[in-house]
Design a protein around this ligand. Sequence first.
Ligand code: HEM
Length: 218
Amino acid sequence: MSWLRTFWASTVGKKTVMAVTGIMLVGFVVAHMLGNLQMFIGAEAMNKYAALLKSTGELLWVARAGLLVAAVLHITAAYQLTMINRAARPEGYAKQEPQASTLASRTMRLGGVILAAFIIFHLGHFTTGTFHPAFSETGVYGNVILGLRSPLVAGFYVLAMAALGLHLFHGAWAGVRTLGLRKRSADPMYRRLSMGLALVVWAGFTAIPVAVLLGILN
Ligand code: HEM
């Protein structure tokens, strides 16, 4: 397994791990967003879907474990790459004016931290019910409606979804480059695809807290 250690020790290895685990996380996020959009079909559809997921038993735990491993690897590689970057320039720039960076690329770390905080809150909110005002084991539809009625909580969801959108936009674009899928260096197609993915995911998730706040979902 020494090749694995050598691979992980290199920056290219860490970036590849980030890209591969990023793809796994994007897969989950897109599936979760599509599942959540059933809120707009109605309580019965949403609750049936949640019950179906829970009925998969061991498979659900395998998926959860895979997701957790992917998230831990993704965050650890990001942290270590940040430390390597800092060590290469310990004093920072005297005057930092972004050259070729975008808002999305400059907010990757802050966005990542907001997302990590969101996920911890979110699991306590809708999965364990710890932070929920009226949690029901079987009524997922009601959990979402009652859980997002507070403007403060819904606002946090909207903020976190903006962070997710920006994170996905830059992450998908950077991941494509890491894996060498981009043929020409200036090919804007992958940039547009990354933006399209980020916009769809952002809009699909954000629609829910906004619809609850506006009383469209109730
Ligand atoms: C408006 C946005 C969102 C809504 C309404 C929502 C809703 C839900 C609900 C209702 C559950 C519980 C499902 C159940 O127990 O049957 C859940 C679980 C979960 N959500 Fe979300 N979610 C949102 C955004 C996100 C985002 C952006 C992420 C990740 C980046 C995420 C990650 C998770 C995870 C990891 C679980 C636990 C899945 C499990 O192991 O059972 N969610 N979500």
